[in-house]
Every structure is written in structure tokens, then in C-alpha cells.
Design a protein around this ligand. Structure first.
Ligand SMILES: *[C@@H]1O[C@H](CO)[C@@H](O)[C@H](O)[C@H]1NC(C)=O
Ligand SMILES: *[C@@H]1O[C@H](CO)[C@@H](O)[C@H](O)[C@H]1NC(C)=O
Ligand SMILES: *[C@@H]1O[C@H](CO)[C@@H](O)[C@H](O)[C@H]1NC(C)=O
Ligand SMILES: *[C@@H]1O[C@H](CO)[C@@H](O)[C@H](O)[C@H]1NC(C)=O
Ligand SMILES: *[C@@H]1O[C@H](CO)[C@@H](O)[C@H](O)[C@H]1NC(C)=O
Ligand SMILES: *[C@@H]1O[C@H](CO)[C@@H](O)[C@H](O)[C@H]1NC(C)=O
Ligand SMILES: *[C@@H]1O[C@H](CO)[C@@H](O)[C@H](O)[C@H]1NC(C)=O
Ligand SMILES: *[C@@H]1O[C@H](CO)[C@@H](O)[C@H](O)[C@H]1NC(C)=O
Ligand SMILES: *[C@@H]1O[C@H](CO)[C@@H](O)[C@H](O)[C@H]1NC(C)=O
Ligand SMILES: *[C@@H]1O[C@H](CO)[C@@H](O)[C@H](O)[C@H]1NC(C)=O
Length: 673
């Protein structure tokens, strides 16, 4: 210690240049308002190294260098050493400081108060106060132009920091800074441009830590609240409004907009004990919308925390009502001729739609009808309401007003709507609206709807509640309808019976065709084992008949799995033909003889015919097909007349309908497959 006076005396020997200390024993150095521009060793040349405070306010200092408070020891250590190793208070208010070197406070290691009010700082870099973290208590940086602060500026290493004044700066965001240094009691960020809380530090609210901090955020640029701000600080499952109360941030004196975004917080505060907690939150007032200006969010009716919703349907205004979770759509007097096609889709919102006093003429499908809880379409030109659309109006508490329209009928699905107004419509009395009587009798229907009237085609007016089917003679119509129905059925049955009587054969053919039922006249021969189902006898010299047999008959019958013996195809040449005819015919269940004009002239045909005759008694084994119209004449005369007697004679027929019948009859006659 005895060296120090010596050191001071040495300094005194140096001619006074820029050193400003006139008395080297003073411990509270006052260098205010001296036109100083630079802080360096020279400035402090005659000063007491034991000084505990230095006042440099009101000068023109522009920066603080790394060695501003140090002196270079060219001798022993060859290092910079601290000029004032007991300096506790440094006042740099009212200068023009633009920058602070990151090491500026390296040589003022016991500084506890730093005043830098009214300078020109634009930013504060992280870690600049690290060297004085063990001692710094008060930091005043108000009235600068600070718009950014290093993320880790305020960390746990600032162990004693209690007061931070950053008021009157240009900060636009608020980090969780006040909550990290262990002992901050006041953090003043008032009169800045803050409009949001951020969490770049990923800080989470920890209830274990006591927050003594009071954070002043008054007079900032906050307007629209955002629940997400505090949710970001929150651990999952926490209650951010509760957290916010303990964070002790004063957000009053901001121009808050009390809208749907603030509803959650407001309802939390209003509905819970926070209402009585001593919190600045309870003094937060609304600035917007104008009708709520000056009201405290604690007292504003929760139904007022609403937002106008952009992009509402043309001619309408949409309001997001948070308290009731309703989207209110107002389209009154909008000159609409139809319902809005779409409405803004807000999750979990029901809709109150007012389209009264327009020119809408129908209620038809819309995607939002299932969300409607209130639907006012009174005073329009409605003539039609779609049954299915009403079915889709599924909100149980829906109230609907379709009074004063041009409705003649209502869809009966409208009965499911709980509260309804239907008066002042020109309803018609008709048999399809008698359901309305039972409906209007319900207790939920009140005057004037209970006594609404309808008019018949004849012009009679009835109270709908009195309109029954018998009043309108509706039952008569249904009786007639039933009678007519039964009548037609009876006639059809009679026609069927007559037909079956007159044409029993055709009836059997049809029954077989459609129901595969073969009536009892089945032939005994069908039980025997035979190689062929049918032997086809025809005039094979006639090229037309040959073609018809091979191309058509064969094809049609083989489709039905009938095995045919056709002499021109199956008889082997050279063998005795007569013998083959006899054997094959005996081995066939049926013989089909195709009668044509020259049948008689073909010797083989004649032979086949004789052989067929000899299969008597053949019980329907022989089937005749009249191929040519001439065959008709043939069967009228002997010998054919007696040959065809009691046998099936089919005609091919000219018309397509007869063809159809022909094949059905032929299939009926052949063995059942
Ligand atoms: C202090 O720093 C400024 C810029 O940061 C520089 O212009 C000036 O020369 C420095 N002064 C001393 C004494 O180092
Ligand atoms: C915070 O979290 C984000 C995303 O998880 C990450 O990108 C960022 O680096 C974190 N910041 C800090 C300071 O840890
Ligand atoms: C709030 O709005 C009023 C009027 O627009 C304005 O005078 C005042 O400065 C604003 N307050 C804040 C803190 O922005
Ligand atoms: C409103 O509609 C316009 C144009 O369709 C679109 O650009 C805008 O993002 C919409 N606004 C909202 C809030 O949906
Ligand atoms: C509607 O209000 C809720 C809060 O109740 C909000 O979260 C939502 O963003 C709002 N939607 C619109 C489109 O305003
Ligand atoms: C809608 O409500 C359901 C149940 O009430 C809820 O689980 C869901 O998160 C809500 N959705 C939104 C977007 O709010
Ligand atoms: C009724 O709602 C269903 C399901 O949302 C939809 O598929 C159907 O098209 C709607 N019908 C009408 C007539 O709107
Ligand atoms: C249903 O609507 C009536 C009036 O329209 C209202 O008094 C009642 O509270 C509503 N009920 C529910 C569950 O929304
Ligand atoms: C329905 O609308 C008519 C016409 O605007 C009105 O007179 C009537 O009071 C409304 N009904 C209900 C239940 O609000
Ligand atoms: C009831 O019948 C009339 C004709 O008598 C018809 O115009 C009207 O659409 C029908 N209404 C309903 C709901 O079926």
C-alpha cells in the first residue's frame, strides 16, 4: 500500500496533458461534462486507483475499448493490468457510445453498477458482462437504440444482477431473459416496440424456481394476444395463464385488441382465482375494438371476445364468437337469391346464419348445414325446401325461421327441427301434408305456428292442425288405388287361366322354358339307354334343307347337348345304308322327320319314314317338322294325314315370334337334359 502514493507522485511529475484527475486521493472521480471523447489510460493518468466510482456522464464518448480501463505494464508482467481494481460504479450516461468491446469490462472486475442511459447503442452482444458476472447488480441501458440483444446475454452467470433497465429502446421482442439470471427483481422493457414473446432460448417454465422478477412491458406495441407465446414456455400439460401470473409481467398500457385470440386468457382470468390474484393482468385494458376501449379484460363480457373473419361469403359478414364457439354469419338485406355456397370453415365452430330479408327461393344442399344451430331465412321468397338438405341439419338445438315466404309445402323431414317458425306461408291442404297435424300438436310448436292455415284447391281454408285425411277424402283415393291394383291382378290371373286352358300345349312349353318343369307326359323310352337323342330324317338332296339342318338345327340342338344322328354326316359310306338307318333309328330316342315338298321323292327318305313307322307303338317318338308351306297341304291328305295323326307336328313359321316358339317346342319334345 505504501507504494501507491509514490506511484501517484510519479504521475504528478508528468506534465498535465489529458489526465483529468486534479486530486489523486478522490475515490469518487467526477469527470462529467468535460468534452471527453475517448476513454484510455491517459484520461485517468492522475487518478486514484482506489477509486470506487467514476462519473463520465455528459461527454462525447463514442466507444468503450477492451483496454479502456487498463494500463500496460511494460515491466514485470508485460500485460494489461486493471487501472481501478475497486471500481464499483461507472456512470457513462448521456454520451454517444455506439459500441462496447466484448472485453470492455475485463479490467473493472468488481463493478456493480453500470449506467449507460442515453447513448447510441444498437445492440448488446452476448457475454459482454461475463467478466463482471459475480458483481454486477444494476444495469441501466435505457434511452438507447437497442433493437437486438444477444440470446445468451442474460445467463445464470450473472449471479447478482437485480435491476435491468432497458426502457426507451427499440426492442421488438421479449425473450425469457428476466427469468434466467438467479436474482433479477426488476427488468424494465417499457417504452420499447415489443409486440411478441419469443423463446429462442428454449426456456421452459419451472415452477420450482422462485420468480421474484417484476417485468415491465408497459408502453410497447403489443396488440393481438397469442396463446402460443406462453405455450412455448410451458411444459406439456401446464396452464400458461397460471404461469403468466407468476411471471409477473406488466403488459398494461399497450394497445391490446380484445378479440377471439384473447378469449382463452380472459376467460381463464375471469373464471378462476386469478381474478383475485394480485396480478397486473387484472388491470390490462382493451384499446380495440372501439366499443371496448378502456375496459379491463377482467370485466369485459366474454361474448365480446370476437374476431371478424376474412373472406366471408359475398354479401355477408362473419364473426368468430369464441365464448359460444359460434361462427355468426350475417347476410341480412344482402339481395341474395340463394344461400351462401360456402362459409369459412373454423374447426369446432357451429354456425348461426341469418339470411332474412333477401330474395332466396330455395333451400338446397350446402356443405355447412350440419353446423347450423340457428338459421333465419324469414322474409324471403322460398318456394322449395329440399327434404335431404333438411335431414342433414343435424344440430339437435337448431332453431329455424322460415316465416313469411312463399312455401306451399314443407318436406316432412322438417319435423326433426326443434325450434321452428313457419307462419305466413301460403300452405296448401293436400293429402301429402296431413302429417303436419301431428307435428303441430307437439308442445314445442307455439303460436302463431300452432294455428297456421292451409287452403284447398277449391279455396277452402283450414287450420292445419285440423287437417286429417278424412277431411280431405284422401282415404277414398287409396281405396280406389287398392281396388284398381287388385283388379289388375285379378285380370292377369284370369288371362293366365284362359290362356292355359286354350293353349295347354304352349303353356307347358312355357312352363318348361321358364321354370324347367317338364309336365308328366315324359316318354318311357327316355329311361332306356340309347346312343342318340334324335334321328333326323330329311330330303338330303335339297340343298336348302341340308344347309338348314347342318347349320341351324344341328347347332341349336347340340348347344342343348342333344346327340343327333344325321345320315349325311354320320352314315359311313360304302356300308349298307339301309342297315345303318335301321340300327341308328332304333338306337335313337326320337325321330325328327322334316317334311318338305320333295320328301316323298327321295327314296331314302321314304325308307326312313317307313322304318320310323315300324317303331310303333312309339309314343311320341316321331316328331314332324313342316319345312315348306307345301307340307301343310301334304299333311291334309293321305297317306300323310294318318301318319301325322296323334303325333307332334311343328311348323317352322315365317315370323320370328314363331321361330322362337318353334325352338322352345322342339326342345320341349326332345329328351330332357
Ligand atoms: C478504440 O476502438 C476504436 C474502434 O473500436 C478505435 O477506433 C480506437 O482507436 C481505439 N482506441 C484505442 C485507444 O485503442
Ligand atoms: C431451440 O430449439 C430449436 C429447435 O428445437 C433449435 O433449433 C435451437 O437451436 C434451440 N435454441 C437454443 C438456444 O437451444
Ligand atoms: C395506443 O394508441 C394511441 C392512439 O392510437 C396512441 O396514441 C398510443 O401511442 C398507443 N400506445 C401505444 C403504447 O402504442
Ligand atoms: C382471402 O382470400 C384471398 C383470395 O382468395 C386470399 O389470398 C387470402 O389469403 C384469404 N384470406 C384469408 C384470411 O383466408
Ligand atoms: C376463432 O377463434 C379462436 C379462439 O376462440 C381462434 O383460435 C381462431 O383462430 C379464430 N379463427 C378465426 C378464423 O378467426
Ligand atoms: C375440436 O374439439 C375436439 C373435442 O372437443 C378436440 O379434441 C379438438 O382438439 C378440437 N379441435 C380444434 C381444432 O380445436
Ligand atoms: C348430406 O350429408 C352427407 C354427409 O355429409 C353428404 O354426403 C350428402 O351429400 C348430404 N346431402 C345433401 C342433400 O346435402
Ligand atoms: C338450445 O337453444 C335454446 C334457445 O334456442 C337455449 O335456451 C338452450 O340453452 C340451447 N341449449 C343448448 C344445449 O345449446
Ligand atoms: C321469425 O321471423 C319473423 C319475421 O321476421 C318474426 O316475426 C318472428 O318473430 C321470428 N320467429 C322467431 C321465433 O324469432
Ligand atoms: C304434395 O303434393 C303436391 C301435389 O298435390 C305436390 O305439388 C307437392 O310437391 C307434394 N309435396 C310433397 C312434400 O311431396
Amino acid at each position: 500500500m505504501h507504494q501507491l502514493p509514490l506511484f501517484a507522485q510519479l504521475l504528478l511529475l508528468v506534465p498535465f496533458v489529458s489526465g483529468q484527475c486534479s486530486d489523486s486521493t478522490v475515490t469518487n472521480i467526477d469527470m462529467s461534462n468535460r468534452g471527453i471523447t475517448e476513454i484510455d489510460e491517459l484520461l485517468f493518468s492522475n487518478c486514484n486507483p482506489q477509486a470506487i466510482s467514476i462519473d463520465l456522464s455528459g461527454n462525447q464518448i463514442t466507444h468503450i475499448n477492451a483496454t479502456s480501463f487498463a494500463s500496460y505494464d511494460a515491466g514485470l508482467s508485460q500485460k494489461y493490468i486493471s487501472l481501478f481494481y475497486q471500481l464499483k460504479t461507472l456512470n457513462l450516461n448521456d454520451n454517444q457510445i455506439k459500441s462496447i468491446n466484448p472485453d470492455a469490462f475485463k479490467y473493472t472486475t468488481v463493478l456493480d453498477t453500470l449506467n449507460m442511459r442515453n447513448n447510441q447503442l444498437r445492440s448488446l452482444e452476448s457475454d459482454v458482462f461475463e467478466p463482471i458476472g459475480d458483481t454486477l447488480v444494476t444495469l441501466v441501458m435505457s434511452n438507447n437504440e437497442i433493437e437486438s440483444i444477444g440470446e445468451s446475454m442474460f445467463g445464470t452467470n450473472l449471479k447478482r444482477l437485480r435491476h435491468v433497465d432497458l426502457s426507451y429502446n427499440k426492442m421488438t421482442y421479449m425473450e425469457a431473459w428476466p427469468y434466467i439470471p438467479p436474482s433479477i427483481i426488476k427488468f424494465d422493457l417499457s417504452h420499447n416496440n415489443v409486440n411478441e414473446f419469443t423463446n429462442r432460448l428454449n426456456w421452459t417454465y419451472n415452477l420450482q424456481e422462485p420468480y421474484h422478477t417484476f417485468v415491465d412491458l408497459r408502453y410497447n406495441q403489443f396488440t393481438i394476444w397469442d396463446d402460443q407465446w406462453l405455450k412455448r414456455y410451458q411444459k406439456p400439460g401446464g396452464d400458461f395463464v397460471g404461469d403468466f401470473v407468476t411471471l409477473q409481467a406488466d403488459i398494461t398500457n399497450n394497445n391490446w385488441t380484445c378479440d377471439c385470440q384473447m378469449h382463452y386468457m380472459a376467460s381463464k382470468i375471469q373464471k378462476s382465482f386469478y381474478r383475485y390474484a394480485k396480478s397486473e393482468l387484472s388491470n390490462v385494458k382493451c384499446s380495440n375494438p372501439p366499443n371496448l376501449r378502456g375496459q379491463r379484460i377482467l370485466t369485459v363480457d366474454l361474448n365480446e371476445f370476437n374476431c371478424d373473419v376474412a373472406n366471408c361469403s359475398f354479401g355477408c359478414t362473419c364473426t368468430n364468437i369464441s365464448e359460444t364457439k359460434i361462427l355468426q354469419v350475417d347476410c341480412m338485406n344482402g339481395n341474395l337469391i340463394k344461400l351462401p355456397m360456402e362459409l369459412p370453415n373454423i374447426p369446432n365452430r357451429t354456425i348461426m346464419l341469418d339470411v332474412s330479408n333477401n330474395n332466396i327461393w330455395k333451400i338446397d344442399p350446402r356443405p355447412y348445414v350440419d353446423q347450423l344451430v340457428k338459421f333465419n331465412a324469414a322474409n324471403n321468397k322460398l318456394v322449395f325446401i329440399d327434404q335431404e338438405t333438411v335431414k342433414n341439419m343435424t344440430q339437435s338445438n337448431l332453431s329455424m325461421n322460415i316465416s313469411n315466404n312463399n312455401l306451399k309445402f314443407l318436406p316432412n323431414s322438417i319435423q326433426n327441427i326443434k325450434y321452428i317458425s313457419i307462419s305466413d306461408n301460403p300452405f296448401m291442404c293436400d293429402c301429402n301434408m296431413t302429417w303436419m297435424k301431428g307435428w303441430l300438436e307437439l308442445d314445442s310448436i307455439v303460436e302463431p305456428d300452432k294455428s297456421i292455415t292451409c287452403k284447398t284447391k277449391e279455396g277452402d281454408v283450414h287450420k292445419i292442425i285440423d287437417v286429417t285425411e278424412s277431411l280431405l277424402d284422401c282415404n277414398y283415393d287409396t281405396e280406389i288405388g287398392l281396388a284398381v291394383g287388385f283388379g289388375i291382378l285379378l285380370i292377369l290371373v284370369v288371362i293366365g287361366i284362359v290362356w292355359a286352358k286354350r293353349c295347354p300345349y304352349e303353356t307347358k312349353v312355357l312352363v318348361f322354358k321358364f321354370f324347367r318343369i317338364h309336365p308328366s307326359d315324359k316318354y318311357k323310352i327316355d329311361d332306356e339307354v340309347k346312343s342318340y337323342d334324335a334321328y333326323i330324317s330329311f330330303d338330303d338332296e335339297n340343298i336348302h334343307i341340308r344347309q338348314w339342318v347342318i347349320r341351324k338345327l344341328k347347332k341349336r340342338l347340340e348347344e342343348k347337348k342333344q346327340e343327333l344322328f344325321i345320315p349325311v354326316i354320320h352314315a359311313t359310306l360304302g356300308d349298307d345304308r339301309a342297315d345303318q338307318i335301321v340300327r341308328s333309328m332304333e338306337n335313337s330316342k326320337r325321330v325328327i322327320i322334316i317334311l318338305s315338298d320333295k320328301y316323298d321323292e327321295n327314296e331314302w327318305s321314304v325308307f326312313e319314314c317307313q322304318q320310323a313307322e315300324m317303331l310303333n307303338p312309339n309314343e311320341g317318338r316321331i316328331i314332324f317338322i313342316k319345312y315348306h308351306p307345301e307340307a301343310e297341304d301334304m299333311v291334309q291328305k293321305e297317306p300323310w294325314k294318318s301318319r301325322v295323326k296323334d303325333r307332334k307336328v311343328l311348323a317352322i313359321g315365317e315370323k320370328s315370334s314363331e321361330h322362337q316358339w318353334f325352338w322352345d317346342k322342339l326342345k320341349y319334345e326332345l329328351p330332357v337334359k
